[in-house]
Design a protein around this ligand. Structure first.
Ligand SMILES: Cc1cc2nc3c(=O)[nH]c(=O)nc-3n(C[C@H](O)[C@H](O)[C@H](O)COP(=O)(O)O)c2cc1C
Length: 341
């Protein structure tokens, strides 16, 4: 296959700095910390025309459900300041077609693969996990629990600790024990730490933080909601501070859990921000709609940003922002302390 020659961001002739970019998500080891984000790059086929997708940490595939699904009515996308709103509604071909077409292609292409799964009930998640267990070429499973629980008045699984933990326990039990299971959490909760802890206790090998946050746009000409589904998930640079906050909060309560950070990453410095907050790897989502080579560009720019800050290894930067501030003893001695103290 001929590959398009793409110049991304920095001068392609410039050597990549000598930084060890390898990382791991639980037992899954990757040469790069940059992945795609579920739903933003399908199974990576289109991106492969712009850069070699096998160089990425992994392709995170669009959330797959048991049966084919046409998703929500259109319009399903609206532009917002520094982001976008989507209400795709988990459109997809169903797990059988996914295995036959997308997974087979990814396997043949030699890409590392994280398969994202979604369901309307705990049973549906379990059924998909059992089907995927029989497949080769899957490096990890991401459980998208940001979908409505049909049996519980459409309440999103990820919004309650018990329903989130129920899905995670069931997928963990039904999956190949050698493959890590990641739970993808929603930022739309009051106490994210409690939900993260519940997922970890239920057997999650790691967490993906974050899914989109619920938003709404009203078209001021038609004076009606811009999306047919009324509300939608907000993504893009607008949500990066929320992602950083969520990663930080979870890292504070779970110092060792592997975290895949996602939310508004468009540059190497953006990725670095999530890593300093506690992410072991970073998914690039909405940015690929504007720049299909974004994941590779982010990888290269992140290597430069790490080298500029004196890091020889990416892993040394993970959670770096949590360290205690250094106190310069000399400057304390030099302080001009008033006598009355
Ligand atoms: C069009 C679109 C479709 C998405 N579909 C999924 C999906 O199927 N499963 C999922 O877990 N997340 C899905 N997401 C959420 C992204 O994976 C990601 O968590 C979110 O967009 C934040 O990252 P970003 O700001 O880099 O896009 C989707 C996002 C967009 C924009």
């Amino acid at each position: 296959m001929t590959r398009a020659v793409v110049r991304y961001g920095r001068d392609v002739a410039a050597p990549t700095p000598d930084v060890d970019m390898s990382t791991s998500l639980s037992t899954f080891e990757m040469p790069s910390p940059i992945l795609t984000a579920s739903g933003c790059a399908a199974s990576g086929r289109e991106l492969d025309q712009f850069f070699d997708i096998t160089k990425l940490g992994a392709i995170v595939t669009k959330s797959i459900m048991l049966e084919p699904r046409s998703g929500r009515a259109t319009p399903r996308i609206a532009e917002t300041p520094s982001g976008m709103l989507n209400s795709i509604g988990l459109q997809g071909p169903g797990v059988a077609s996914f295995i036959e077409n997308d997974l087979a292609w990814l396997r043949e292409r030699g890409a590392r693969v994280i398969v994202s799964i979604a369901g309307g009930s705990t049973q549906e998640f379990e059924d998909i996990a059992k089907i995927l267990r029989l497949q080769e070429g899957i490096d990890a499973i991401e459980v998208n629990i940001s979908c409505p629980n049909v049996a519980d008045r459409g309440q999103v699984f990820a919004c309650r600790a018990d329903s989130a933990a129920g899905v995670v326990a069931s997928v963990r039990r039904s999956s190949d024990p050698s493959i890590p299971v990641f739970a993808k959490l929603s930022p739309d909760v009051t106490d994210l730490a409690t939900i993260a802890l519940a997922c970890e206790r239920a057997g999650a090998d790691g967490l993906t933080l974050i899914n989109t946050t619920l938003g709404m746009v009203i078209d001021t000409d038609s004076m009606r909601p811009a999306l047919a589904g009324i509300t939608g998930g907000l993504s893009g640079p607008a949500i990066r501070p929320i992602a950083v906050r969520c990663i930080w909060q979870v890292r504070e309560v779970l110092p060792d859990i592997p975290i895949l950070g996602v939310g508004g990453v468009a540059s190497g410095k953006d990725a670095l921000e999530l890593i300093l907050a506690g992410a072991n790897a970073v998914s690039v989502g909405t940015s690929v709609f504007r720049d299909p080579s974004a994941p590779m560009r982010v990888h290269e720019d992140l290597a430069v940003a790490l080298a500029e800050r004196g890091f020889a290894r990416l892993s040394d930067a993970v959670s770096f922002a949590h360290r205690e501030p250094e106190i310069d003893e000399d400057s304390i001695d030099d302080l001009d302390v008033p006598e009355w103290t």
